[in-house]
Write a protein that binds this ligand. Structure first.
Ligand code: UT7
Length: 320
């Protein structure tokens, strides 16, 4: 399997740190030094499927494939338009993809990396030649805009890749794991059970996060996961051209670089004007790297997601 096209899409409305400081007790200096984020894009009515469709269109154009070529549509998201139909089904319909396996995958911010492993497994059946993997989120609809601990972090958008089956796979090694988040350090959503015989208390829809706990989990886990994935190959960390981590916080990425004794320049960062876009962040980063002509055939990349669940996943790929 290899990536043959990338695309990304963000809504046009942006909200800066200064804008946020008008309705929560915060300021640009605090947000930018603690997170690296200055601004983020948020929906002005578009939903996750709208972002996913636009990113997918761009990835398909870049890959030079048509709707008839697509055998699967996988959308990694924790903020679907509704429970069902899935975002993937809506994308399939709107792109006129006639026959495809379509489903959503929720592994929160690790969703795109989980999706790569699933797509690789599908390709290995031999029946699948080409598919769309999309990370898409409308996090603004599950954000508590009065909670300064979380509303400063997130943004909306989508990234997509077209994957193609190959004899000699560019998908070299991976791990996808989770540990139960028993303390609910990162959670969102929930619909109360209501039926003629039972009525549950209303549940909180919005993101709740114990920031420092998640920060510690992220830095420890990402460092260990990169190390394990490389140990399973004959490559060393010095032979990896770029590490593309989930774009949650520039301090997490800096800490991982330090833990691995690697220069920060080998870690791609584009969260400044996007914020944390959960499952969309890695495919959006890949697309930006392609647009900036940073990726050359033969380069080795490690993609690492981490987030709610608590989930994480790392993939070592060769760019072709
Ligand atoms: O994609 C999902 C994965 N999520 C993450 O990776 C998030 C991981 N966590 C983080 O990135 C960081 O923990 C945060 C950026 C969320 C917070 O940074 P922190 O350095 O851990 O700050 P803190 O929560 O320890 O808060 C420090 C202080 C507190 O004040 P006191 O108690 O020291 O007086 C907070 O009340 O900063 C205060 N604070 C703020 N001040 C201004 C918290 N949020 C804000 C804010 N503006 N927005």
């Amino acid at each position: 399997m290899k990536i043959i096209g990338t695309g990304a899409y963000v809504p046009s409305t942006t909200i800066s740190n200064d804008d946020l400081s008008k309705f929560v007790d915060t300021n640009d200096e605090w947000i930018s030094t603690r997170t690296g984020i200055r601004s983020r894009h948020i929906s002005s009515g578009e939903n996750t499927s709208d972002f996913a469709v636009e990113a997918a269109k761009k990835a398909m154009a870049a890959a030079n494939v048509t709707a008839e070529d697509i055998d699967f549509v996988i959308v990694a998201t924790f903020t679907p338009d509704q429970f069902t139909p899935t975002v993937a089904s809506m994308v399939q319909h709107r792109l006129g993809i006639p026959q495809a396996m379509s489903f959503d995958l929720n592994a929160a911010c690790s969703g795109f990396v989980y999706g790569l492993t699933i797509a690789n497994g599908l390709m290995q059946t031999g029946h699948i030649k080409c598919g769309l993997l999309i990370g898409a989120e409308t996090i603004s609809k599950v954000t508590d805009w009065s909670d300064r601990n979380t509303c400063i972090l997130f943004g909306d958008g989508a990234g997509a890749v077209v994957l193609q089956q190959t004899e000699d796979s560019a998908f070299l090694q991976a791990e996808c794991k989770a540990i139960p988040d028993v303390d609910a350090s990162l959670s969102a959503g929930g619909v109360p059970i209501t039926n003629p015989l039972f009525k549950e208390e209303p549940k909180d829809l919005f993101i709740k996060m114990a920031g420092q706990e998640v920060f510690k989990f992220a830095t420890k886990t990402v460092t260990a996961s990169i190390t394990r994935v490389l140990e399973a190959t004959d490559l060393t960390k010095d032979e990896v051209d770029y590490f593309v981590c989930h774009q949650a916080n520039s301090r997490i990425i800096q800490k991982v670089a330090k833990n691995l004794s690697l220069p920060e320049e080998r870690f791609f960062v584009n969260l400044t004007n996007l914020g944390n876009t959960s499952a969309a962040s890695i495919p959006m980063a890949l697309d930006e790297m392609v647009q900036n002509d940073m990726l050359k055939p033969g380069m080795k990349l490690v993609l690492v997601g981490f987030g709610a669940g608590l989930t994480w996943g790392a993939s070592l790929i060769e760019w072709r």
